[in-house]
Design a protein around this ligand. Sequence first.
Ligand code: NAP
Ligand code: 3JM
Length: 339
Amino acid sequence: MSKGYVVAVVGATGVVGKEMIETLQERKFPVAKLIPLASERSAGSTIDFKGNTIDVDVLNDESFIGVDFALFSAGGSISEKYAPLAVKSGAVVIDNTSHFRMDNDVPLIVPEVNGDAIKGHKGIIANPNCSTAQMVLLLKPIYDAVGIERIVVSTYQSVSGAGKDAIQELESQSRANLSGSDYQGNVFKSPIAFNVIPQIDVFLDNGYTKEEMKMIQETQKILRDDTIRITATAVRVPVFVGHSESINIQTKEYLSADDARKLFEAAPGVSVLDSPLEQEYPTPRQVAGEDNVFVGRIRNDLSIRNGIELWCVGDNLKKGAALNAVQIAEFLVQSRVTA
Ligand code: NAP
Ligand code: 3JM
């Protein structure tokens, strides 16, 4: 066995799990042994990791014996049942689902923004929702410089955020529609091909969807400030990879668009692509596959005194999910080494 950690990936056959395994490999995370876990549906399948073919195991109560890090992305109910078992077995869990995110005992981490909050974790560390993760990278430098009063965000989220079946649904429905036939999907209630759907996750009693409330609550938790007023509309669009967001930020003190641009240029994990005269701004087709979150269309809001308006695009499978999870693991390893 080579030097490093035993890493289990729960949901290894899903879009996020596969991206996690690729990210571990790409970033040379010290993996001594990889344990890919999925449901019975994947029994007999394999995945490739560092030139080796590894069998996918069916998740069970014994899966976490000897595991150092367990990365979960198989849905909230799987995390609810198995994350505590993994912790009992001595693993540190990095959970990609929403199940534990708002627990007081569970740090919710974007390393560039609040890595310090990881200290004193009790075995489970939560990864934020994809739309929250890319937004807080941009909010943090503004928050530190001039304070934030209120945020109005609308998202344009790609289908990969809803898993492998959703990707297949957009592809098959688009092909069918273009050749003149119907295609009844079962992931999205409305057709997703050539359409836009103003619903992600379920509706709550207050009229917001759960996805929108995740963005609101998670942002306040990560920035450690529940006085920031936030409203969100989350929308699914027929894009395969890459979430876009239109974000309006009302600041406490005035910030010019030029100064905002300078703050973003210095922010870790952020790339500025903002040359309106050359018609340069980020789009999902451009940003898919990139680690950084891209920002453009930075301007002062004409309708209020202290307002910044911007457009942000991130690869939802990378910073929105797998990359952030692996960065959390790296952060833990580095802080253990230097502790
Ligand atoms: P996906 O492509 O549908 O994959 C789901 C994965 O979960 C597959 O590996 C599947 O295994 C596995 N799974 C399902 N039921 C299982 C069970 N009973 N036991 C063991 N494994 C099971 O979905 P995805 O997009 O990768 O997302 C997975 C989860 O990650 C989501 O449900 C969500 O909670 C979380 N997520 C988080 C973010 C984020 O922003 N942090 C973004 C997207 C998703 P089989 O192939 O065997 O069915
Ligand atoms: C992204 O539990 C489930 O069925 C998964 C729902 C889901 C989530 C979630 O709530 O964990 C799908 C896609 C997320 C997320 O990151 O919040």
